[in-house]
Ligand binder design. Sequence first.
Ligand code: BES
Ligand code: MN
Ligand code: ZN
Length: 476
Amino acid sequence: MVEVKAVSSGADLSGRTVIAGVLTGLQPIPGSEAVFGQVEPRVMDIAGFEGKVGQVLSTPVGSGVAMLVGLGDEVSFESLRAGAGNAVRAVKAESAICLLGGVDIEGATRAVVEGLALGGYQFRPYKTKTEGKLKVKRVELPGADEGTVAAALIGVEATNLSRTWTNTPAMDKAPEEIAKVIIEEAEAAGLEVELWDFERIQREKLGALLGVAAGSDRPPVLLVLSHKPDSATKHLGLVGKGITFDSGGLSLKTAAFMEEMKDDMSGGGVVAAATIAVARYQLSLRVTTVIPFTDNAVGGNATRPGDVLRPGTGPTIEVLNTDAEGRLILADGLGVVRRYEPDFIVDVATLTGAAKVALGDQIGAVFASDSDVAASILQAASRAGEPFWELPLFRGYRKSLDSEIADIKNITGGRYGGAIAAALFLSEYAGDGPWAHLDIAGPARCRETAGEQVKGGSGAGVRTLLELAMTLADTD
Ligand code: BES
Ligand code: MN
Ligand code: ZN
């Protein structure tokens, strides 16, 4: 990852690569005028540089390099974040100086740090050439507040952790293995960790998790992370979907749909990473995070369509489609988190293709037990710069989940409203308190590198949860 650090405002720019911001109409942003002034208009003309979003122009000036970054029509968190992300990948030197954060809007530094450190993410442990295209190792922010940079980096580093977990091939993230990797990070951040192994899960009678795990030779685990500051008066419960590979089970997916199913533990990675960020921030908020990890595979003992599962608590489930497995393990995850009696529960899951159909692959779906809960999630998402949109928890569809022989079935049998049906299913296990469900099937993976986004696992949701935790935390 690129190192981003604050330096004194009088930093020497000569001989350096200097990132400067330009709006459409070739207007330099405040702080970038001097660098912009050194670039001949003819050079911009020839390169077709107009200051549009996505445009970056590098040109030698004096003994250094001016790197002009298009920010579009206005300076906003979004344009700064995206511009910084585009710039960091275009730098050809080992180090650069970035002037984008110098504008007079509160939060500019954070947006620029996010753009640089998220846009400079690479995942190359499986490449022979581990160094990759990214040249720059360090970016300096003259005059930036050190504390602001450090705080922004907590959210960024958590996002990048979650990206790496999603990007890791399923062969190298069996439930026990991914849990071990997460535990290492969690303990380093000061979290309390409890790992339930297969025997413990059996003893606790988590029949829904066991039902999904039955088809795999790799045993399931359930991870509990706790952040328990003495000062906290409120308690947030998080649950993440940790399907380490979703083959669909006996209701097998087709090859094309299976291709990206190593992503199916993204929700688990997101809640774990957000919890780690909460601990590193030392927020005065209790957080209990529960992640059931299992494969959804097709072994001889796999759950069959028509089988009935008994979760630890809540309605018995007739499994009519083994590919609707996320809601099964979340039923048990929600049941476990409720034992800790949180005041507010949020689950995060790559739950339905239907959420992707409804909102496309860049927007996450939010379902909430009431409109205040929905508003708190949407406001957190907006502050984080992560697109989420509310979908209704429409009770009118609930009866489509009625089962002939059990309390509930795991699919409706119909073609439409699948994301809503899944959310209604979860609501049966979420209790009566404030609860939100984030379906990140779309945004968990990023399809193209642009701005702060890098193709692959996105970490979408980490910074939204962190923002939510900040608003729930006690402040003095
Ligand atoms: N993990 C998938 C959902 C998914 C699909 C995530 C595409 C990311 C991209 C989930 O377990 C699943 O298979 N859902 C089914 C549910 C259906 C059987 C009711 C789906 O969406 O097709
Ligand atoms: Mn599935
Ligand atoms: Zn799945």
